[in-house]
Ligand binder design. Structure first.
Ligand code: NAP
Ligand code: ZN
Length: 365
């Protein structure tokens, strides 16, 4: 299936370059090697040799067109780290050799109120890292399951030197998606936090909430993950499939971060919130069952949502992780192993983020 792959030439600032990528041809297709073109760096662009790319559950949702916004062929991947190889003439923020990171968006109009506030993810003209449309030439964007990428400097973050680059990639989506709501709702010392779903997002939620000083409980369907949850920093573990344990935990939490990736009955999770408690949905971009007005009104509870985070907050999160020694737990895979990794992720069998080692691209037959 896979072809023998040749190293891509280092691009010159002068012209477009070919990139070895891994993507899907349709909603039913398996991941396969493909060659894509990366644009010649524009004056504001940074060209990056990708060293690692995380595998987010969203990649699988997008590959299968679960959200009805996919375009094919698709090269997924929005947890990208690597090394700068070239910069455009107007770039001030980076130089060749710097460590760089790219998350879920690669451009926006940079003029609307959301962009000015640093919330580019709400910009009506935001450009997703893959399956988006370039604002200047209309071409479809391709993501980080590839060996190089070219991105406007404002959408590239610095990777602090103290962060191990082989583990940092998941911070660009799983990290910021959990950091942002934890910060927004003031999680810290004295807060009782529940994190539902111990996968890529959930394990970052546990680590970050613990680093912020909160008391953290892992809420999981998988009793066998309990020991790991404690090692990640959880003070307690609650098995959501145990109705008696869920009943005993009623009104225990100030804040719940719900990362469950599929539609589910949120009623049992809502009952875990104290009066005035908040549950933030980041996982299921879907219809939700089990929302009874009484469960909200009778306890002044709030259900909220959160979408990744803006660029300034993404850099803040990377700096926070460097300062607090927070790094994802990763299992490295080679590009030829992405299909297997997706299958395992769909079954919840991931501890706790797959990261593609793009350095292995040239031997991924
Ligand atoms: P993941 O690594 O697959 O982890 C999800 C975890 O949820 C699983 O490990 C499992 O943990 C639990 N789970 C799975 N199926 C479940 C079910 N039927 N009922 C209850 N729990 C279940 O996924 P991820 O990468 O963390 O992503 C999670 C979701 O967030 C995805 O839907 C993704 O698209 C979405 N997402 C949203 C944003 C945003 O900006 N809002 C950003 C990134 C991703 P246990 O074994 O512990 O139960
Ligand atoms: Zn993601």
């Amino acid at each position: 299936m896979a072809t023998t792959l040749q190293p891509s030439p280092i691009e010159s600032v002068g012209g477009p370059s070919q990139s070895q990528a891994y993507g899907v041809a349709s909603a039913e297709a398996a991941v396969e090697p493909m060659t894509i073109e990366r644009r010649a760096p524009r004056p504001e662009d940074v060209a990056i040799r990708i060293t690692h790319c995380g595998i987010c559950h969203s990649d699988l949702h997008m590959a299968r067109n679960d959200w009805g916004m996919s375009v094919y062929p698709m090269v997924p991947g929005h947890e990208i780290v690597g090394i700068v190889t070239a910069v455009g003439s107007a770039v001030t923020k980076f130089k060749a050799g710097d460590r760089a990171a790219v998350g879920c968006l690669v451009d926006s109009d940079r003029t609307c109120d959301h962009c000015k506030a640093g919330h580019e993810q709400f910009c009506p003209n935001w450009v997703m890292t893959y399956a988006g449309k370039d604002l200047q030439d209309g071409s479809v964007t391709y993501g980080g399951y590839s060996d190089r990428i070219v991105v406007r400097q404002e959408f590239v973050c610095r990777v602090p030197e103290s962060l191990d680059i082989s583990r940092a990639a998941p911070l660009l989506c799983a990290g910021i998606t959990t950091y942002s709501p934890l910060r927004k709702f003031g999680v810290g010392p004295g807060t009782k936090v529940g994190i539902a779903g111990l996968g890529g997002l959930g394990h970052m939620g546990v680590k970050l909430a613990a680093a912020m000083g909160a008391n953290v409980t892992m809420i999981t369907t998988s009793p066998e993950k309990g020991e790991d949850a404690r090692e990640l920093g959880a003070h307690d573990v609650l098995i959501s499939r145990d109705p008696a344990a869920m009943e005993a935990a009623a009104e225990r939490f100030d804040f719940i971060l719900n990362t469950i990736p599929v539609t589910h009955d949120v009623g049992p999770y809502l009952n875990l919130l104290k009066p005035n408690g908040v549950m933030v949905i980041v996982g299921a971009i879907d219809m939700l069952e089990g929302i009874h007005g009484g469960a909200l009104a009778m306890r002044n509870r709030t259900i909220a949502g959160s979408l990744i985070g803006g660029l300034p907050e993404t850099q803040e999160m990377l700096d926070f992780c460097a300062e607090h020694g927070v790094l994802p737990e990763v299992e490295h895979v080679r590009p030829g192993e992405i299909n297997e990794a997706w299958d395992r992720m769909a079954k919840g069998d991931v501890r706790y983020r797959f990261v593609i080692d793009m350095g292995a691209a040239n031997s991924a037959a």
